[in-house]
Design a protein around this ligand. Structure first.
Ligand SMILES: O=c1[nH]c(=O)c2[nH]c(=O)[nH]c2[nH]1
Length: 288
């Protein structure tokens, strides 16, 4: 039968790499999504299952982390060139490498040298419930992605027979803030209220030494209510976007809190409301 193998390639897609460079109190962040696609002498693996020419995609992922530690990440292009050349040069069975890098831009939150907010993806929200005799206004935002590259620990938690998590005195804390805040009244300066509340949320995330994301959440909500008298309740939902320090020891490299794997799931989801004890009751429907 005239059936042949056509064009093919393979590789590790979407390795989420975060590099933190610590220059004293000032940290620098690179956040990349790296995809590798290799092709070459891959007929046998398809036809007979002989893997002799196959560089595992797992190895490709490790290479992304190891070369980031060894050579740094000057720019997306430079890092892609480094990887592509490595795979083709180091592996005779690989003839072509296509390396695709997405870089996510972060701005500094000026409160500290280690706090960042991801550029340009947040959404502002507003919800009004109105019926005879009452009106509720809830403002909010979602997908405000923030990261502290230090000043976060997680220790002293419950341990049972299924616990493997190590205690940590210094970790990356990152989350997509989903926040909604309820106004006491149906009139106000919505623009300045929004801008100030967003600023307080951001600055409190940045400026709070965190013993848990729960503590950070409560502190953010509390600070908003302390500073914004027009508001009576804040609800927050914050995924704990885990950043795992990559073990580079098998490759003869140390990792002094520099190279992280940014996992997208599963994630811890921390949710909570913070309210004044005299907040007027509101229907659940005002919240999303
Ligand atoms: O801030 C955190 N809160 C938790 O409840 C939790 N659970 C976990 O595994 N890591 C974390 N981090």
């Amino acid at each position: 039968m005239g059936i042949v193998l056509g064009p093919n390639r393979y590789g590790k897609a979407e390795t989420r790499l975060v590099r933190v460079v610590r220059d004293g109190e000032t940290h620098h962040l690179k956040d990349l999504n790296v995809s590798v696609a290799l092709s070459g002498e891959m007929t046998e693996v398809h036809l007979s299952g002989d893997n002799a020419a196959v560089l595992p995609t797992d190895t490709q992922k490790n290479t992304v982390f190891a070369l980031a530690r060894k050579h740094g990440i000057g720019s997306a292009e430079a890092f892609a060139l480094l990887l592509a050349r490595h795979f083709v040069t180091a592996r005779p069975t690989v003839h072509r490498a296509v390396v695709t890098v997405e870089e996510y831009a972060w701005d500094r939150v000026p409160v500290t040298g280690h706090s960042f907010v991801r550029r340009g993806q947040e959404v502002r929200t507003a919800r009004v419930l109105h019926e005879a005799g009452r009106t509720h206004v809830v403002s909010g935002l979602r997908d405000l992605t923030v990261l502290n590259s230090t000043a976060s620990e997680f220790r002293g938690f419950v341990r049972d027979e299924y616990t493997t998590l190590a205690e940590t005195g210094d970790r990356v804390l990152a989350t997509d803030v989903r926040a909604e805040w309820r106004h006491r009244d149906a009139d106000g300066d919505w623009e300045s209220s929004y801008a100030e509340t967003r600023r307080i949320l951001l600055e409190t995330f940045a400026g709070t030494y965190s013993r848990s994301l729960q503590q950070t959440l409560y502190t953010m909500g509390r600070r908003v209510l302390e500073e914004r008298p027009e508001l009576c309740e804040v609800r927050l939902a914050m995924p704990n976007k885990h950043h795992f320090a990559v073990d580079l020891e098998p490759f003869g490299l140390d990792n002094p809190g520099e190279i992280f794997f940014a996992a997208d799931r599963p994630y811890g989801l921390i949710e909570g409301a913070v309210l004044r004890d005299d907040a007027p009751a509101a229907d659940e429907e005002v919240w999303s």
